[in-house]
Design a protein around this ligand. Structure first.
Ligand code: 6PG
Length: 250
């Protein structure tokens, strides 16, 4: 596996600047190929950071970009807890059209199944069929308790099995019924799907996450983020000063 890149940013403006540089470079490469570009995005504090960045990228051909939720709370999009709803509220209309929402159906299980179908239909041809959706770029966060997407340490979804990647029977999207972080019902991509993204960026801010960050970078696999170790693609960590405060310089 390639070594991850860690970028420790000075302040919120620098964080946004660095994420923009990263995204601009990747999009330039990706736009040279044909077809749609898929970006997976997380919730929590991330919509604010990413939307600040997206909004300044007027030259991007957003019509060719699809923005998927990596995880979603099982609430209507009008609910302030909805990740999709947050992105919708923060983005200008031309970029809003790129957002793909997680269908909220009568049960969380049905919502997960339906979202998997949406992903299959919208992803690039290489992802269609029984293969995983390969996001071009995925932005992940980490909570103070070590969760990533809606995958919590110790959860059965962390029991990653390298043998089942891309095989029939492995789901991409899972219902969560008892999330320790509210709301309890959620829909999340699984680790298998997250691992096959072509470019993965973690954005982690806050001093309360410093110990978790140290654990993730030292490869402590109790943290789902430590299991997102892509074999043949790019892994980048963006930190603020607080989140990076327990890292020892190399
Ligand atoms: C969610 C998010 C989640 C988020 C982490 C980090 O819906 O809860 O998608 O996966 O990325 O909780 O959140 P913060 O950045 O707010 O700590």
């Amino acid at each position: 596996a390639r070594r991850p890149t860690s970028i420790i940013t000075k302040d919120p403006a620098d964080l946004r600047f660095q994420v923009k540089m990263y995204l601009t470079e990747l999009l330039e490469q990706l736009f040279r190929a044909n077809g749609l570009i898929s970006i997976g995005v997380s919730g929590g504090s991330m919509p604010h950071i990413l939307c600040d960045v997206f909004k300044t990228m007027e030259n991007v051909k957003w019509k060719r970009v699809k923005i998927f939720m990596v995880d979603e709370r099982y609430v209507e999009s009008s609910d302030p807890q909805s990740n999709y709803g947050q992105y919708l509220a923060l983005l200008p209309p031309p970029i809003q059209e790129s957002l793909v929402h997680v269908p909220i159906l009568e049960t969380v299980q049905k919502s997960a199944q339906q979202y998997e179908l949406v992903l299959k239909q919208t992803c690039q041809p290489e992802c269609i069929g029984n293969k995983m959706p390969r996001f071009d770029i995925v932005f992940l966060g980490v909570g103070p308790d070590g969760h990533t997407a809606s995958i919590f340490p110790g959860d059965k979804l962390t029991k990653y099995d390298p043998q089942i990647v891309g095989h029939l029977g492995s789901s991409w999207v899972y219902p969560v019924l008892d999330s320790p972080k509210l709301p309890p019902k959620r829909i999340t991509l699984g680790l298998n799907a997250l691992r096959v993204a072509k470019n993965t960026a973690f954005i982690i801010t806050g001093e309360e996450k410093a110990n978790v960050v140290k654990g993730i970078l030292s490869g402590d696999t109790q943290y789902p983020a430590a299991q997102v170790r892509p074999m043949n693609h790019r892994l980048t960590f963006f930190f603020d000063q607080g989140a990076a405060s327990k890292l020892t310089p190399e």
